[in-house]
Design a protein around this ligand. Sequence first.
Ligand SMILES: Cc1cc2nc3c(=O)[nH]c(=O)nc-3n(C[C@H](O)[C@H](O)[C@H](O)COP(=O)(O)O)c2cc1C
Length: 188
Amino acid sequence: MTQPGRVLSQFWSPLCAVGSHGPGGPNAQVCLSVFGASIVPERPRLLVVLWKGNYTHELAAASGTLAITVLGEEQAELLEPLGLHSGRDGPKLEGLRWRPTPEGDPVFEGGAGWLRCRVFDAFDLGDATAFLAAVLETGEGEGTPLRWQAAQQVVGERFLARWAEKSARDRAAAARLMRWPGPPGAQA
Ligand SMILES: Cc1cc2nc3c(=O)[nH]c(=O)nc-3n(C[C@H](O)[C@H](O)[C@H](O)COP(=O)(O)O)c2cc1C
């Protein structure tokens, strides 16, 4: 296959903070893979793709609930604590502005919108799980949703260098685990 083109970036969702909870408390991660999955307005669903190595993945699979904050353009500073650090290494919400849903999942203040969800099915992608979630409640926020294309212009060199390092590790792990047609390493 030739190198994938930039057209694939058209499929990135707005940047979201996907939160869940466990016995150790709430946690959240950055995600650009949150997609609408219903045409029936009274039964809204989302597909949320979380990498298996993430602590939030473990919490969502065990608790079956999610809170999703659509990040606003003023919230790029959340990308470092939520997107470069793991809740496995210790609580990472300290000092951030959030409130819990009735289930205990974190919704971040100042977002462009938020949703409370119940996970009711999951599809194994090998490296990740696509969680199918029923939307129980939504709330509007302020501002314009933050997209990764725009965020990369404001996060700074230090963030981008750390992100490149982490991405290389995450991609190598995903390449080993992902479901793909044909034998490992095969082209499509
Ligand atoms: C811009 C950006 C986009 C990301 N998109 C995703 C994504 O779509 N799915 C995912 O599982 N992780 C995604 N991540 C990575 C997680 O946010 C990251 O691995 C995080 O540290 C996981 O935290 P946790 O272990 O506390 O759950 C993204 C990170 C950034 C910075």
